[in-house]
Design a protein around this ligand. Sequence first.
Ligand code: 5GP
Length: 190
Amino acid sequence: MKLLKERILRDGRCFEGGILKVDNFINHQMDPALMHAMASELARRFEGVGATKILTVEASGIAPAIMVGYIMGLPVVFAKKRVPSTMEGALTAEVHSFTKNRTYTLCVSSEYLHEDDRVLFVDDFLAYGNAAQGVIELAEKAGAELVGMGFLVEKAFQRGREVIARHGIPTESLARIASLDGGVITLLDD
Ligand code: 5GP
């Protein structure tokens, strides 16, 4: 997606350990017009998959997910990163976050994810695919079907796409990064 790629090249910044900071327009300050354009593009790419629900992970996935849900007319559920004491029928999966260097328990209530659901997962980044793997586990536990996974930015060099491909789930990313070596952002030409 040209608009996003241009914005990444203009405003994205590289950090140690292969981290791309996009705080200026996605992760801290947000650009609603760009967010709407990105969500429209994800909705377009997944319009034929028959999704009945959007699933994301708090916190940075919520903004793109709610826009996609609004455009597609679907409910949006966000998985939480710790189990609330009041949650009934919690489905859980352990996920390692390499950006935060910690492991957390991803959880969603079985009330909001169940066997009738055809789920489209939406998140800001695909890196090593750990969050995606956790979501796949949650969907399996719920008996729900994952019909697609859509990301704003994919760091292709961290190979998360291969984790998802093992499960045969259609995957789309709006901007794919080939490398952040030497603090230089190199995009894949697709
Ligand atoms: P994964 O589980 O695929 O390794 O990482 C995905 C999650 O980590 C995303 O939900 C995202 O919030 C965070 N993340 C991974 N890499 C980056 C990055 O380079 N920049 C930012 N801002 N977040 C990242």
